[in-house]
Write a protein that binds this ligand. Structure first.
Ligand code: NAD
Length: 339
């Protein structure tokens, strides 16, 4: 089968590329990625040596490029990871989020209409459900929780999900959607909480924590997410949404302290900074449906996953050193003002 992974040069997409190359060596994996600031061809270095892997630089919102890719690659499956993914950047500049996340998704769906597809899978997020109060630990997002977004990022992802569902209903495109909680693991871009804290701690820099640090996220090791998508592609029912999460809720400040402990560092560099605008308080996924209907369960405990992740950043300094110089530095200084 020809499987096109859009956004495969980013964090989760690249982990998915490696997962699929290992798990399904008879399939051809084609990565279609615009290589924005978040995409990195070095991440795919090992995949590029394989005969059954191909990289195409392209923009999902560019109809000509997408149609050409469908004509040359004849995909059986599309897994759409391509997105602008950082909430803080969406607050600064929402437009590019609409362009890639909404228009880009509609172009991919139009290509599926025009050329046909066995399965279109949309990689979505639990952020489309909004947030939950901290004092109601009994509440979780299920697949029927109403969409109730807080940021331009989550709104653009919700818009994309609705389009995917509309194309299934209207044009009978065989689609599935997954909504996953926060991922962590190798190749995570340094602007996100876990890599940011590991990298800053290694350089003895300030560790900027938003607000009171008590916002809760539900963390999942990236390989568990990849395995869940693979199972949805194989066994998921067309038209269905599947929540993916591991009941692994941690406050941001707990995550930061765990990382410091892992690195043998003290907590003196933690600095509470002005909270993110509209900051969601708590995300928590109920993964009952995917567990009971498809038999998926996460296999990596947070304690082990965070150890592996810290070790990965220690062992792969060249990868993140290349990123944190240049443009990223300018962004970082603007966000945290810590020159
Ligand atoms: P990322 O920012 O690390 O990677 C995004 C990738 O998409 C990059 O390689 C980038 O170059 C590419 N891209 C961006 N715009 C593009 C365009 N117009 N055309 C083609 N490629 C383009 O993101 P990530 O964290 O790996 O997230 C991947 C997907 O998973 C996103 O759709 C995101 O909404 C979703 N998701 C992420 C998380 C998480 O914790 N990171 C959780 C749930 C869902």
């Amino acid at each position: 089968m020809n499987i096109v992974v859009t956004g495969g040069a980013g964090f989760i997409g690249s982990n998915f590329v490696y997962y699929m190359l290992k798990k399904h060596p008879a399939d051809k994996i084609i990565c279609f990625d615009k290589l924005t600031y978040a995409g990195n061809l070095e991440t795919l270095e090992k995949a590029l040596t394989k005969d059954n892997f191909k990289f195409i630089r392209g923009d999902i919102a560019d109809r000509t490029q997408v149609y050409k890719m469908f004509e040359t690659e004849k995909p059986d499956i599309i897994v759409n990871f391509a997105a602008e993914s950082h909430v803080d950047r969406s607050i600064e500049n929402p437009e590019i989020f609409l362009q890639t996340n909404v228009i880009g998704t509609s172009v991919l769906l139009d290509a599926c209409r025009k050329y046909g597809i066995d399965r279109y899978h949309q990689v979505s997020t639990d952020e489309v459900y909004g947030d939950l109060p901290l004092d109601r630990p009994d509440l979780f997002f299920t697949e029927t929780t109403p969409l109730h977004t807080s940021s331009p990022y989550s709104s653009s992802k919700a818009g994309a999900d609705l389009l995917v569902q509309a194309y299934q209903r209207t044009y009978k495109i065989p689609v599935t959607i997954s909504r996953c909680s926060n991922n962590y693991g190798p190749f995570h871009f340094p602007e996100k909480l876990i890599p940011l804290m590991i990298i800053n701690a290694l350089s003895d820099k300030k560790l900027p924590v938003y607000g009171d640090g008590l916002n809760v996220r539900d963390w999942l090791y990236v390989e568990d997410h990849c395995a869940a998508i693979d199972i949805i592609l194989q066994k998921g029912k067309v038209g269905e949404v599947y929540n993916i999460g591991g009941h692994n809720e941690r406050s941001n400040i707990d995550v930061v302290k765990t990382i410091l402990k892992e690195l043998g560092k003290g907590e003196e560099n933690i600095e509470y900074v002005t909270d993110r605008k509209g900051h969601d308080r708590r995300y928590a996924i109920d993964p009952t449906k995917i567990r009971e209907e498809l038999g998926w369960e996460p296999t990596t405990k947070f304690e082990d996953g965070i150890k592996q992740t810290v070790k990965w950043y220690l062992d792969n300094r060249d990868w993140w050193m290349g990123i944190i110089s240049g443009d990223y530095q300018t962004y970082y200084e603007r966000m945290y003002d810590t020159r």
